[in-house]
Design a protein around this ligand. Structure first.
Ligand code: FES
Ligand code: MG
Length: 576
């Protein structure tokens, strides 16, 4: 039902006015070959495209943008493709996370500055999803998200390979000497064999699932493999729908309610959830003005079982199998009343409407509530004197014997130091040691790199050990596995407790009790704190300088303080 007239659109102020500035807008649109019939009476739709030649996960976006345009034209809109930072997970150093907020600002400011009424956001590779959504939420006008879709299953010598997870796994085997360089090279060529994002339930697949559960995609969009022709059809459908969303004035505040955030969190837990998703979920929810915290995540994690039997939390399957089994709509149908099915989504219907026709075609891939992969949600938040503001662990992806553990700390202050420890086959250590990497948080990394799945030390690998307790203020790849406690907040670099521990201090972890402590008295802590010297800043100019001054800690989503909702007065519309 249209609630807006053409004259009320933002773009009409640019194109329909009878003044000197509008003459400029129209004449320059005509310079591009457009005519009055292209814009008169039509909403202008931005296609925010994160295609780049450094972004293998989004290689198909050059083509898919054309399908989005087809849909926009079919529905009577005018497309306007705008490039945005692609946040390539594999090629950005020191880490794409350093640039998530920059990309979010890029999106918000581009949308605000251009003559557009609505937006289709094209993303999928890890941080691109939250960056696009965070920026568009702060803009506040109608948008929907088109996920890139997962790549095809990896394949080498008849063996199925999963993004990230199998790279880590075979790297350990190579270091343990159980595979040789030829096999390793074969894996290199077979693990990523089509465009699309990582096809394990890593950060990318978790984030696109979260976007769908939040109500920000068309039904089923997050599960379609990038190379499936259904992805072209979905792209066109996004183009058609956004035009109607503009006429209906379906703004994000009507979709991003507390119930929607709970749904997004519930689905994240049921998918097996990348640890990164916690940070992005908190950041996105806070952009929407919701007070969403680690406590909410842990509470929901206690209640919701893992249903998606997808690696790394699941044993065998990958996103292609998930799609064939019915995809996210089938998983949400299995969750049933664990979700609030009354929430509104971008197609103008409720989640209940969207999952009504879903069918679970394979109950081993998408488990029913009665036969979960893991009885509780995939993530747990630990707190204690080592992480007063929280740390996270993925209990479903580690050896259960580490769920309760006490052992001495073995500390690396930097990644090079860590490498020296793990690469020394004779380094003195026991399987009970807790390997610690610090100074790898939001400021210490900087950008909180994905170093948190600390490599297994050769000294333990050679004795057959494949897991040990590891602790860091870093993040880890969503495709990682192992007994890794991450995101310890506050981080060491700003003087968090992790900065104060020493080799041999006894660390105690109890996942069931949600605790993470070091056996140190308050007096000892105080003494060490007084002696602690704060390290010099990582960046003295440029973007890193801004980052260092404004990034918040992991428990607050690592957003910049000045970008959060409620910081300062709302930004006015451009006065043209
Ligand atoms: Fe792009 Fe994994 S590298 S999603
Ligand atoms: Mg990743």
């Amino acid at each position: 039902m249209p609630v807006k007239s053409y004259k009320e659109l933002r773009s009409a102020r640019f194109f329909a006015a009878d003044d000197f500035r509008s003459f400029g807008h129209r004449s320059r649109a005509m310079q591009m070959g457009l005519g009055h019939e292209d814009w008169e009476g039509r909403p202008v739709i931005a296609i925010i495209n994160t295609w780049s030649e450094a972004q293998p996960c989004h290689m198909h976006f050059k083509d898919r943008a054309e399908w989005v345009k087809r849909g926009i034209l079919q529905s009577g809109g005018m497309p306007m493709e705008l490039p945005a930072h692609s946040l390539s997970e594999q090629f950005l150093k020191p880490t794409s996370m350093l640039y998530r907020n920059m990309a979010a600002m890029d999106v918000e400011e581009q949308l605000r500055a251009h003559p557009v009424d609505g937006a289709v956001l094209m993303g999928g590779c890890d941080k691109s999803t939250p960056a696009l959504i965070m920026g568009a939420i702060s803009w506040g006008f109608p948008f929907l998200f088109l996920p890139a879709g997962p790549m095809l299953r990896g394949n080498y010598a008849g063996r199925v390979l999963g993004s990230g997870s199998d790279a880590f796994k075979y790297w350990d085997e190579l270091r343990a000497g159980t595979i040789g360089p030829d096999e390793w090279k074969g894996i290199e060529g077979g693990i990523a064999r089509s465009y699309g994002h990582c096809m394990t339930m890593g950060t990318a697949s978790t984030m696109t699932a979260i976007a769908e559960a939040f109500g920000l995609t068309l039904p089923g969009a997050s599960s379609i493999p990038a190379a499936d022709a259904g992805h072209q059809r979905m792209s066109a459908a996004c183009g058609r729908r956004i035009v109607d969303m503009v006429w209906e004035d379906l703004t994000p505040d009507k979709i991003l309610t507390a119930a929607a955030a709970k749904n997004a969190t519930t689905v994240a837990m049921a998918t097996g959830c990348s640890t990164n998703a916690i940070i992005h979920l908190v950041a996105m929810a806070r952009r929407a003005g919701l007070d969403w915290s680690l406590d909410d995540l842990d509470r929901i994690g206690h209640e919701v079982p893992v249903l998606a039997n997808i690696r790394p939390s699941g044993s065998t399957y990958l996103m292609e199998d998930f799609f064939y089994a019915g995809g996210l709509t089938a998983l949400m149908k299995e969750l049933g009343e664990a979700l609030d099915l009354s929430t509104l989504t971008v197609n103008g219907k409720t989640l209940r409407d969207n999952v009504a026709a879903a069918v679970n075609y394979n109950t081993d891939v998408i488990r029913p509530m009665s036969n979960p992969v893991y009885h509780q949600g995939s993530l747990a938040v630990l707190k204690g004197n080592l992480a007063p503001d929280g740390a996270v662990i993925k209990p479903a992806a580690c050896d259960p014997k580490f769920h309760k553990h006490t052992g001495p700390a073995l500390i690396a202050d930097s990644y090079p130091e860590l490498k020296r420890i793990v690469d020394d086959p004779d380094y003195p250590m026991t399987p009970d040691h807790v390997l610690v990497l610090r100074n790898a948080g939001p400021l210490g990394g900087p950008g909180m790199p994905e170093w948190g799945m600390l490599p297994m030390p050769k000294a333990l690998l050679k004795h057959g050990h494949r897991d040990m307790l590891r602790l860091s203020d870093a993040r880890m790849s969503g495709t990682s596995f192992g007994a890794c406690i991450l995101h310890a907040a506050p981080e060491a670099y700003v003087g968090g407790p992790l900065a104060l521990i020493r080799n041999g201090d006894i660390i105690e972890v109890d996942v069931e009790a949600r605790s993470l402590n070091v056996q140190l008295s308050d007096d000892e802590f105080m003494e060490r704190r007084t002696a602690w010297v704060s390290p010099p800043p990582r960046h003295e100019r440029g973007y890193g300088w801004i980052f260092a001054r404004h990034v918040q800690q992991a428990n607050l989503g690592c957003d910049f303080d000045f970008l959060t909702t409620g910081f300062g007065a709302p930004v006015p519309e451009p006065d043209i």
